[in-house]
Design a protein around this ligand. Structure first.
Ligand code: NI
Length: 268
């Protein structure tokens, strides 16, 4: 089955047809979706989605764009939600120096704080990093050594991707890899092993070709799998098969039908 390791179905762009769209996932080959956290307001919506849909799991965390308003009380709430049975990761967390909404120091502080909480809860982390390559690497080396992680919507060099793979992390590949001008990302996919790649949409954003610019959804992931297959000289089926294994390892999801899946009990 296809696993979408990073989606935002809580986004208002899905308000008009969310149930209808999610109802089409199984038929479209998408067996499991992890909905990533972004704002504080997203958290309750995500928990609701995981309660309503057996195949939807969640991650709880605060996007770097939102770090400016965070307090320790929010971190306490994050801790509580990470204990819920269908919350499988902390994220998305990281650094965004492109939008740079709250300054580098505040972003770093709350990135590190959320990494600490994830470590305390023995949870994998979903990393958002844009135009912050060196600082992200430094923080991951210092504060996330030995943790499970995915570098989501990876946008840096093949060399840095290889360094992350050596650290045991996964590289999230989505619609951008299908863009004609995405030469660097195509090189990344060529150079890292398929065992380190996971599929993601980041929907409603970043739809693959031929839907570039439209609202994205997990049903478009076959286009991403096809592109990865072409770059790695394997079949699209092989890409789906291996990335499912990778995604289950990343998030600690057991090999089972999502309808009967329980959260692994391996954490303290
Ligand atoms: Ni995202």
């Amino acid at each position: 089955m296809i696993i979408d390791t990073h989606a935002h179905y809580d986004d208002e762009q899905f308000d008009a047809d969310r149930a209808e769209l999610l109802g089409q996932m199984r038929e479209g080959g998408v067996g499991l979706i992890v909905n990533a956290g972004s704002t504080l307001e997203s958290w309750d919506r995500i928990v609701n989605l995981t309660e309503k849909y057996p195949f939807v799991y969640g991650a709880i965390g605060i996007h770097p764009d939102e770090a400016g308003a965070l307090t320790e009380a929010d971190m306490e709430r994050m801790r509580e939600l990470l204990d819920l049975p269908k919350i499988v990761a902390a994220g998305e967390i990281g650094l965004d120096y492109y939008w740079d909404k709250s300054g580098h120091d505040i972003q770093k502080r709350w990135f590190i704080r959320q990494l600490e909480i994830a470590r305390e809860k023995d949870m994998p982390v979903i990393i958002h990093s844009r135009e912050a390559a060196a600082d992200t690497m430094e923080i991951m080396e210092k504060h996330a050594a030995g943790m499970r992680a995915v570098i989501h919507c990876y946008s840096y060099s093949p060399e840095m991707a290889e360094a992350y793979v050596k650290m045991g992390y996964y590289i999230g590949i989505g619609g951008v890899v299908t863009f004609k001008n995405a030469k660097k990302l195509k090189n990344v996919v060529e150079q890292i092993p398929l065992t380190s790649i996971v599929l993601e949409t980041d929907c409603p954003y970043l739809a693959p070709e031929p839907y570039r610019g439209k609202r994205n959804c997990s049903l478009y992931l076959p286009y991403v799998a096809e592109q990865i297959a072409e770059l790695k000289n394997v079949s699209a089926e092989e890409v789906v098969r291996q990335t499912e294994i990778n995604s289950r390892k990343l998030y600690g999801l057991p090999e089972a039908d999502p309808d009967s899946v329980q959260k692994p009990v391996s954490r303290s």
